[in-house]
Design a protein around this ligand. Structure first.
Ligand code: KIV
Length: 287
């Protein structure tokens, strides 16, 4: 596709790379809009390090979220609450450095944006400037509209996150489906509020499928579901759940595509057996 056709021109001031190779086109917010118009589904996974990021990028996943779920999936905490901006920034930087096409979403952790729009903006700037994120995600609906507005006016694309919001698990009374019965109006109001405030997409977590379908139909921006049924514009899963690195009880909305834990376990056992039995290293591994 020519520059004229795509509407995107080559970087006018150089990109820091001397490579003459044709650049791979980065996924941008307008691509999501166009995908929604064409009825094409958007794919999103979490990633927290260079190899998973590069692999998911190679697979063509459009959005990589360096989620605050790193708290429980990388740092060993029980919930997403303890993880800090300083812990997430290096993970986000590693992911951003490792992708060619995917849009990297930096996730603002608990306590780093709720105090004021100024606090939210300054934290979001750190993710964009220090880590190279292409946009940020934050949790909350109508009450977060001023933060979303401040960030988008300040040049930072925002993905909102409504329905079940893990950072508020103590106010929400634990992991519960949000938006059942009369609560559906609240989900719809939140979805419209974040769109009005300028969000380019919205994650809906643990929302009844019919409510998520209605939101998706009413909004112009993309909806990304996790436990929100099949009618959202896209889907997201935490990769350790989807590909089986984490074991144990999974949420109903998780589909397991691989058994990475099993593969690693076998490999680690085979290695340990070889070392103990003296067959590794062999002459071919020695100088
Ligand atoms: O942090 C995360 O992984 C998330 C997803 C569950 C959407 O917010």
């Amino acid at each position: 596709m020519s520059e004229q056709q795509s509407g995107e021109i080559a970087a006018p001031y150089g990109t820091g790379s001397a490579s003459p190779a044709k650049p791979v086109k980065r996924v941008r917010t307008h691509h999501l809009r166009e995908m929604k118009e064409r009825g094409e589904k958007v794919t999103m996974l979490t990633a927290y390090d260079m190899y998973t990021a590069a692999t998911f990028d190679e697979a063509g996943v459009e959005l990589l979220l360096v989620g605050d779920s790193a708290s429980n999936n990388v740092f060993g905490n029980e919930t997403s609450l303890p993880v800090t901006v300083d812990e997430l920034l290096p993970l986000t930087r590693a992911v951003a450095r490792s992708v060619k096409r995917a849009m990297v979403v930096g996730d603002l952790p608990f306590g780093s944006y709720q105090a004021s729009p100024e606090q939210g903006y300054l934290t979001a700037v750190r993710f964009m400037k220090e880590a190279g994120a292409h946009c940020v995600k934050l949790e909350g609906g109508a009450e977060m509209a001023p933060v979303i507005e401040k960030c988008t006016r300040g040049g930072i694309p925002v993905m909102a996150h409504i329905g079940f919001t893990p950072q508020s698990e103590h106010t929400l009374g634990g992991y519960r489906v949000q938006g059942r019965g009369e609560q559906a109006d609240r989900i719809l109001a939140d979805a419209h509020a974040v769109q009005e405030a300028g969000a380019f997409a919205v994650v809906m977590e643990m929302v009844p499928a019919d409510v998520a379908a209605r939101v998706t139909k009413e909004l112009d921006i993309s909806t990304i579901g996790i436990g929100a049924g099949p009618d959202c514009d896209g889907q997201v899963l935490v990769w350790q759940d989807a590909f089986g690195l984490r074991t144990g009880r999974m949420a109903t909305f998780v589909k397991q595509y691989a058994d990475v834990h099993g593969v690693l376990l076998e490999a680690a056992r085979a290695y340990a057996d070889d070392v103990r039995g003296g067959s590794f290293p062999g002459p071919e591994h020695s100088f």
